[in-house]
Write a protein that binds this ligand. Sequence first.
Ligand code: FAQ
Length: 325
Amino acid sequence: MYAQMVKSEATNDDPEKLAEFQAKIDADIKIEPKDWMPQGYRKTLIRQIGQHAHSEIVGQLPEGNWITRAPTLERKAILLAKVQDEAGHGLYLYGAAETLGVSRDELTEMLLDGRMKYSSIFNYPTLNWADIGAVGWLVDGAAIMNQVPLQRTSYGPYSRAMIRICKEESFHQRQGYDAIRKMAEGTPEQKKMAQDALNRFWYPSLMMFGPSDKDSVHSAQSMAWKIKINTNDELRQKFVDQTVPQAEYLGLTVPDPDLKWNEERGHYDFSEPDWSEFFDVIKGNGPCNTDRLTARNKAWDDGQWVRDGLLAHAKKKRARHLAAE
Ligand code: FAQ
């Protein structure tokens, strides 16, 4: 189905329909599943929503790693709830993608065989408890910065999924900040762990917003279609401006010697991440890419009996229903 859709993208969209479609977008009228849409719009949404869904699912792995080792029962319960929320976010997003004509199974297959990406950030390891605080504070912080504008995205089901997701993400970010604050205010050793987590997660968090605008292949078209509302660099700058004062409050140092407030611009100047590392990670060569895909493939294979059981049950139920008619 997906392959057919991609193939049919080669057909030119009717210019009149295209103009009508763009007029709707410009007037902020939401596009709904049964409305006409250009093939490129559908394909871009499937790519972006699908990758977003995969990120939520793969994003459970680095945190799930610490559920059994959380320092207190309260922290364990909070982390468990957060990881469960991420699974829910994945499901809302797969649901939104399905309205575009691609099935969840097809999307899952494309994740598992490497045809689709997920966020680069989840290819970095969580080495200790402070990293869990850093993930909530920085990774969820970056996720919200990107997702709040997406509540206004032009595709109705995506926009509605984002409204619900953002409510939960802001709780996630606050719990992360609270966890890292406890560490930063703790013993010198705990503070050192918090600083080390910030050192390792700072640049990977900046990379979450995607390549710099000059290298972003999709931004121009996605913004014209209001699939994206801001450029990658705009959101990265907003994230830096919001996060630096939080680090200062915690008594932690952002690992960037060139970071400084620019009075004239009204923003922080900061060093770009190492983009060669970013492109390497999204090509599959990050520290945890192999582990993450192995874990997801194993979960899929281990769950086969559940899917088989559900299908067999549904078939029997249907046969009984037909026999009773
Ligand atoms: N990682 O032309 P652009 C979360 C790829 S939040 C991997 O700029 P675009 C919550 C991009 O796909 C994280 N690949 O692309 C959570 C394209 O390659 P392609 C997920 C990346 O789409 C927190 C190429 O580079 N959030 O999970 C990345 O216009 C804690 C060129 O880039 C979303 O997905 C990257 N970071 O802009 C869960 C938000 N950046 O596909 C658990 C929705 C770029 O042509 C724990 N997505 N690429 O092969 C978006 O807003 C956009 O897709 C961007 C990228 C901004 C991510």
